[in-house]
Structures are given as C-alpha cells and as structure tokens.
Design a protein around this ligand. Structure first.
Ligand code: CP
Length: 312
C-alpha cells in the first residue's frame, strides 16, 4: 500500500481487523520495522486522540515521529495553481510538500473542510495536494470528507465486542451546537458497508449524508424505529450535507439516552459534548465503548503505518 487516504484503501477488512488484533496483543513485535524512519504529522486542525495515538503507533514500530501544527506555526500555505502570491500565503504547497518529504518517510495530514464551499471540500484540495507534490506516502488523519483511521478503529472495536455473527449497527445523528464535518460519519458508513453487519442510519430530515456514500444503506428519520434490536449505536453529529455546512436542526429529542439504546453498546469517536449529544448515564455506564475505541486508535494507525513501511 502506498497511501492510506480512504477506507477504500482497505482491500480486505476482515484480514485487516485480524492483523490489528494481533498487533494489539503484541504491540512491539515489529519494533525494528520502522527503525531510522521518520513519520511527519502535520495538523491544520486540533486533535487529541489522532495526534497521540498516531505517534504512539509510530513509536511501537520503532519510528521517529515529528509533529507540526501547520496552521499556527508554519508559513501560510498557498494551494492555488498559478496564484499571484501577494496576499497572506507565504509558501506554495509545491515547495512545502516537497520539502517535508526531505525530512519524512511518511507524511500524515489532518485538514478539515471549510463547510462553506462544497466543491472545494469534495476536491480534498489539501490532502490531494500533498499526494500530488510529496514524494513519500500520505496518511489521512481526517480530511474534508473522510477519517479512515477512525473508521478502521471502529470496525476493529465492533468486531471485538460483537457477540453475534451479524450484529445490528446503527449510525445515529445527534444534536450539536456547532456545524461539524461529515468525515467521521462517511468513513464509518464505508467501513460498515465492508463488514458483515446489519447496518442502518438514523438522521432527521435534511441530514442525509452524501448519497454516493450511503448508497443502498437504509436511512430512517425515526430514531426509535432504527434502534430496534440494535447491538451497537454509533453516534455522531454532522451538519447538513444538502444545505451544505448548515445547522438546520438542534432537536434535543435526538440526544442519546440510556432508555433509547437499551442493551446496545454506545460508540462515539470523541470528543463528545455530554448532555447535548449523549447523556451522562450512557457515557458513565458499561454500555459505553468510547475509551475502548480511543485505545484502538493506536492499533489502527499502527497497522496502516506497518503496511506502508513494508512497501517502502
Ligand atoms: N476522534 C478523533 O479523531 O479525535 P481527535 O480529533 O481528538 O484526534
């Protein structure tokens, strides 16, 4: 594998899950694989889990991680081709990506969407530019439209905690005060579509995700009906895709409660706003898998880096 920028880079999710479980059982077994190799982590946006778990994954493989907050600490980067750079940007991505490639064997990038310009976001202009102008493999640490490290993590976690051959998994929208990206939800949908699960989505009217991604997955606008017999309730807020980037519903009746999920396990990528997205009683109960998910971020990232290192 050269790059890991999408869930579609996973050729066989069941074998990837098995490999990740093996790494989790023995995290230092490939400690020599990344010796003298450098992972550059470039953050255009905030992070807790991705920043720490991806570094931890690199360390488990014997790599040297180096981290930069690009938005705060680097020169402003220009992405436009042929731009007359007499504004606020000081360095073009053509030089920036080529230069970082001199120091790093793999570059991981986090760059959120504008949520204002759908076409620009869907072009993945930051991630695609790194892919185009860097001379080393690129890993997506959450881009405008996808968070494939999180999607792989979630697939691993469901496989670990499933008591059934074919569990029922629900992705449920929940309210939020801010407009959030679609990336986590998109990658979760794509991961579930690759797994042997009964998968449905619950969201209010006006909140359907990109139909190119949801495809034939059933979408309910009635949360209670969607949750019937669920084994896993994966919750995430996202802004409207149709009315792009806008918050058109904050109905608190969509908040996740203990009563609603019953015996199902609760999942969320974190960070999560307590008592807005989900009530305390869920997060503070044995139903919640959020910490287990966060732990699995390390092994998902470690598997991705291992697969790339093996092809260097
Ligand atoms: N889930 C996730 O990506 O967390 P961070 O934004 O803290 O990295």
């Amino acid at each position: 594998m050269k790059h890991y920028t999408s869930i579609h880079d996973i050729d066989n999710i069941n074998s990837w899950i098995a490999d990740a479980k093996e790494l989790k059982a023995n995290p230092l077994k490939d400690i020599e694989l990344g010796k003298n190799k450098t992972l550059g982590l470039l953050f255009f946006n905030s992070s807790l889990r991705t920043r720490l778990s991806t570094q931890k994954a690199a360390l488990n493989l014997g790599m040297n991680p180096i981290v930069m907050n690009v938005s705060g600490d680097a020169w402003g980067i220009e992405f436009g081709d042929g731009t007359i750079m007499n504004g606020n940007t000081a360095e073009h991505i053509k030089e920036a990506a080529a230069v970082v490639s001199q120091y790093c064997d793999i570059i991981a990038v986090r760059a959120f969407p504008t949520l204002k310009d759908k076409a620009k976001d869907e072009s993945e202009h930051v991630l695609s530019s790194f892919k185009k102008y860097a001379s080393v493999p690129i890993v997506n640490m959450e881009s405008a439209t996808g968070h494939p490290l999180q999607g792989l993590t979630d697939a691993i976690t469901i496989s670990e905690y499933s008591k059934k051959v074919r569990p029922k998994v629900v992705l449920s929208w929940a309210p939020h005060v801010k407009a959030l990206p679609h990336a986590v939800a998109n990658s979760f949908v794509q991961a579930m579509q690759k797994m042997d699960v009964e998968f449905v989505i619950a969201n209010p009217e006006g909140y359907n995700l990109d139909s190119e991604i949801t495809g034939a997955t059933p979408i309910y606008h009635n949360q209670e009906a969607a949750f019937k017999d669920a084994d896993f309730v994966y919750t995430k807020n996202w802004s409207s895709y149709e009315d792009y980037g806008n918050v058109i519903n904050t109905d608190p009746n969509w908040m996740i409660t203990k009563e609603k999920i019953g015996a199902a396990k609760f999942m969320h990528c974190l960070p999560v706003r307590r008592n807005v997205v989900v009530e305390d009683a869920v997060l503070d109960s044995d139903s919640s898998l959020v910490i287990e998910q966060a732990n699995n971020r390390t092994y998902a990232a470690q598997l991705v880096l291992k697969k790339i290192l093996e092809k260097l």
